[in-house]
Write a protein that binds this ligand. Structure first.
Ligand code: HEC
Ligand code: HEC
Length: 459
């Protein structure tokens, strides 16, 4: 996963240097030349210590992710496939759909109305798709999305493949993706599962571990509305069908929108297509008002208790760290196991480019000796950075060989890269982790100092 603070680049020493010599450094570090691509005040939430946990269907049934799923995951994390502006801004699909979930804190001035929303029809990425109004919509989670067609908050697109194509080419003005890349992204997205929820059993019914309030809520959920007896919460949010009906409805929120799933929805706020509500209380009050349900205070509490139970998920977040980062980077690099023997220079280039960015971001997690906010572990940090820089260089050699058509050389270089990345590197990084930005105390001290530097610089 990419991580940056847009308002201030990655590491304190870099910021301090950038302030002194903006042009030279920006040119030699293209990664940090992008602050101009997004407005000041942008929050991408990439320094979060806890990240959404991702569960893959292929792994949860005891198998392994396929080549296609790993390739799709790689493309999903690649700013390159979204075109020039996204590349400059370092934005990939994964920036918004973090590990396939949502990103409730993402806020881009002029493109977001609330945190967690984004205007997909603005001029910033593709002037041709600009509709001239700020109509930001909530960034949805993609967990279980294979059960959630049609796509888009208004359900305008029946096919996931068409939707993804539209995101890349129309919304972001990216280059036409190859059929393989599109297939791979669809395979990856279709492999993202809901988190398990022990409160629900067969048919989406509560299990016996539920509380009395949750059970009362379940009854209210299925009870016909007093003025619309053919309708209940459950006729649209069908418990046995991932709590959706695949239809669009007008529920008094300003138009026709598709019924969103309620599974894992505890982590999907803000709610409704435009992210207008922050809590289930507000959502329930909305339905009570619009459909004149006459719910008592107790009914509302019970319904919320039920929604919380339905929307839960097992271990929704996990701590980011060396282990998680290396696993992801290795999964990405693993597409070269197939792409090199297949002499597929395009995919090798995409893999090298994306892994390269990830490795550079990882380097910045280990502050260098110039960073005054971190003390201790200097030798460990230096060795971790050096090991990662070495990986970056070896990876480049894979790409150079492949681009020149020397696939045997590329295979040798890749084997060296691979050996290093599984043997020496993990230990060196783990040794430095206590003084890295994965460590909460170091993380907080670093970002506090960064904020002070930026505040001082803007005065
Ligand atoms: C800047 C944030 C952002 C980026 C980057 C982004 N998305 Fe989205 N995504 C959104 C928003 C906002 C929506 C809701 C749009 C709508 O409903 O029309 C959405 C909707 C979706 C949906 C529909 C989900 C559903 O349940 O209907 C899919 C699938 C999706 N995005 C996949 C992708 C893929 C694949 C990429 C990269 C090629 C991507 N997104 C990049 C913000 C983003
Ligand atoms: C007629 C179909 C329909 C009925 C009946 C209905 N909903 Fe919904 N529900 C929707 C639609 C459509 C949305 C999305 C509205 C929007 O995006 O503006 C929604 C949104 C929600 C959300 C927000 C989910 C999210 O991720 O944004 C919750 C929670 C919810 N409904 C719960 C309920 C409850 C509880 C009831 C019964 C009191 C209910 N719904 C009745 C169709 C329905």
């Amino acid at each position: 996963m990419m991580r940056r603070v847009i308002s201030g680049a990655a590491c304190l020493a870099t910021v301090a240097l950038l302030l002194v010599q903006p042009l030279r450094l920006a040119a030699s570090f293209p990664l940090y030349g992008k602050q101009t691509a997004l407005p000041p005040g942008t929050e991408l939430n990439e320094d979060a210590l806890d990240v959404p946990r991702e569960v893959f269907h292929s792994e949860s049934i005891g198998g392994r992710k396929s080549y296609l799923v790993n390739l799709g995951d790689l493309a999903f994390s690649s700013p390159a496939i979204l075109g020039r502006v996204a590349r400059q801004a370092g934005i990939s699909c994964n920036t918004c759909h973090v590990n396939g979930a949502s990103n409730p804190k993402l806020y881009i001035p002029r493109l977001s109305t609330h945190p967690g929303t984004f205007d997909t029809t603005s001029a910033m990425f593709n002037p041709k798709s600009d509709n001239g109004v700020l109509d930001a919509v909530r960034i949805p989670s993609l967990r279980g999305v294979r059960y959630l067609a049609p796509y888009g908050n208004d359900g305008r697109t029946a096919s996931l493949r068409d939707f993804v194509h539209n995101v890349i080419v129309d919304e972001f003005g990216g280059p036409e993706p190859s059929p393989t890349i599109l297939d791979a992204m669809v395979a990856y997205i279709n492999d993202i599962d809901f988190l398990r929820n022990w409160s629900l059993g067969p048919g989406g019914r509560l299990t016996e571990r539920s509380s009395d309030a949750e059970r009362r809520g379940e009854l209210i959920f299925a009870k016909p509305f007093p003025h619309n007896p053919n309708m209940s919460c459950a006729t649209c949010h069908v418990p046995s069908a991932a709590f959706v009906d695949h239809l669009q409805h007008d529920v008094g929120s300003g138009g026709l929108f598709k019924t969103p799933t309620l599974l894992n929805a505890d982590f999907n706020a803000p709610y409704f297509h435009d992210g207008r509500y922050n809590s289930y209380d507000q959502v329930v009050a909305h339905f009570d008002r619009v459909f004149d349900l006459g719910l008592s205070t107790q009914d509302r509490h019970d319904l919320v208790a039920y929604l919380v139970a339905v929307g839960d998920g097992e271990r929704p977040y996990e701590r980011d760290g060396v282990g998680a980062q290396l696993k992801e980077i290795n999964d990405f690099a693993s597409v070269m196991d197939n792409a090199i023997p297949a002499h597929d220079a395009d995919i090798i280039a995409l893999a090298v480019d994306t892994v390269d960015l990830e490795l550079r971001e990882l380097i910045e997690q280990f502050p260098d000796y110039k960073d005054p906010s971190v003390s201790g572990g200097q030798g460990e940090r230096r060795r971790a950075r050096a090991a990662l820089k070495d990986l970056v260089l070896r990876l480049r050699r894979v790409d150079l060989a492949a681009a020149a058509g020397h696939f045997n050389v590329a295979a040798d270089e890749y084997r060296d890269y691979r050996n290093l990345s599984v043997a020496a590197v993990p230990n060196l990084l783990l040794a430095a982790q206590p003084w890295s930005l994965f460590d909460p105390a170091t993380h907080d001290a670093h970002y506090r100092a960064l904020q002070q530097t930026l505040a001082a610089a803007s005065n």
